[in-house]
Design a binder for this molecule. Structure first.
Ligand code: PLP
Length: 409
């Protein structure tokens, strides 16, 4: 199996596995005052320090949660209390569900938030709390968060940044972004599932909890923390980085899809180096996912937060992609991906498109669109990025996998 669904969850990093194994040998509740409790507490506080430093905050301002969803919900609960909530149109459901009735900041066709629209929303009405993600989970599109933070400051608004997909893949620094809070998640950066964090700017050190419980996390999040999971979270965060190296493999995968007639969703925007979202005109996303799965390639259709859920993506719909919103798959390379994975994807994708061309149910549409070069929508820019001239870009699927450049191929 070639696992190309890192934005759903990353493979566990060996550093995280080792840290978890070591921490599992420590018995103790970090709230206990005896030596065993203090040993567990030491592990947690070391993890807190490492994570705060890695993401540009102070250890005292980092609240451990169960994951990214809870960190987003806690931010909206605490920073948004009594305020108007404003969110980007492409936010994750973790934010959308915690902010029903929020005002929406529209995005352009590449998925980038319209800052003029944000400014207009902030100018119009009482103080707001804004949620803007750093990187989108479906397209990888990066948002102009620092600029949004400056706007928020000017209008007395608070800014929460969902950095769940960005953390570990690009530089994420709360202070440098000028935001008021940041959500991160362990399993999205190569740690185990079950932990996340809300990193707060110092002004918000004391926040009211969503879960009060026994007053853990300085009264900001009740419940006995999973010490071993948290140890793995911090070890993974420290080991993460260097995702830029994945970009060449991501570009190769994207090039193959475009050559087969696909459209890159989010082209033209700055994007995460590991992510591409490619729509194949006329072919349902779930059919593509199944075809690739049968060839041993794991990718997803839009956001895959609940198993079996295949709904048209609100992200791609907000980008104005019309029917393509139901025809796009996400390929997201994990930290340990390499040329073999991308070569296998290329072969499977080409085979899938060649088969579809021959099937009566959809051959007409796929053939017509790919022959027309529908994928060309983003072609020129993509080819420049790949260093290939326009005339070298085939309109049809290449007959066999592209030779992959670089490492071991
Ligand atoms: N925010 C974004 C952008 C995500 O992609 C996800 C998960 O896919 C979440 C939040 C939720 O994170 P978790 O799975 O840790 O609850």
């Amino acid at each position: 199996m070639h696992y190309l669904d890192a934005n759903a969850t990353e493979p566990l990093r060996p550093e995280a596995r080792a840290a978890i194994a070591a921490a599992l040998d420590v018995t103790g509740n970090p709230s206990s005052v005896h030596g065993a409790g203090r040993a567990a507490r030491r592990i947690m506080e070391d993890a807190r320090e490492a994570l705060a430093e890695r993401f540009g905050g102070r250890p005292a301002d980092l609240v451990f949660t169960s994951g990214g969803t809870e960190a987003d919900a806690l931010a909206i609960h605490a920073l948004g209390a009594g305020r108007r909530i404003v969110i980007g149109a492409t936010e994750h459901d973790a934010v959308r569900a915690a902010a029903p009735g929020a005002a929406i900041v529209p995005v352009d066709r590449a998925g980038v938030a319209d800052l003029d629209a944000l400014a207009a929303l902030l100018a119009d009405g009482p103080p707001a709390m804004v949620c803007l993600m750093l990187a989108n989970n479906e397209t990888g599109t990066l948002q102009p968060v620092a600029e949004a933070a400056a706007l928020c400051r000017r209008h007395g608004a608070r800014l929460h940044v969902d950095a769940v997909q960005a953390a570990g893949r690009i530089v994420v620094d709360l202070a440098a972004l000028g935001a008021d809070s940041l959500a991160i998640s362990s399993h999205k950066l190569g740690g185990p599932a079950g932990a996340g964090a809300l990193l707060l700017a110092s002004d918000f050190s004391s926040i009211s909890p969503l879960i009060a419980g026994g007053g853990q996390e300085r009264g900001r999040r009740g419940g006995t923390p999973p010490v071993a999971v948290i140890a793995g979270f911090a070890a993974a965060a420290l080991a993460s980085g260097g995702a830029e190296a994945l970009q060449q493999w991501r570009d190769e995968a994207e090039w193959v899809a475009v050559a087969c007639g696909a459209v890159v969703c989010g082209a033209g925007a700055s994007r995460l180096p590991n992510t591409t979202c490619v729509a194949l005109p006329g072919v349902r996303a779930d059919a593509q996912v199944i075809a690739l799965d049968m060839a041993g390639i794991a990718v997803s259709a839009g956001a895959a937060c609940s198993s079996g859920k295949v709904a048209t993506s609100h992200v791609l719909a907000a980008m104005g992609l019309g029917p393509l919103a139901g025809q796009a798959i996400r390929v997201s390379l994990p930290w340990n991906a390499g040329p073999d994975d991308v070569g296998a994807f290329a072969a499977a994708y080409e085979h899938m498109v060649a088969r579809l061309r021959n099937l009566s149910c959809c051959a007409g549409e796929v053939k017509a669109r790919t022959d027309e070069g529908e994928g060309d929508q983003v072609g020129t820019q993509h080819e420049n990025a790949m260093g290939r001239p326009d005339h070298a870009h085939p309109r049809r699927c290449p007959p066999r996998p592209l030779p992959l450049r670089g490492r071991g191929s």
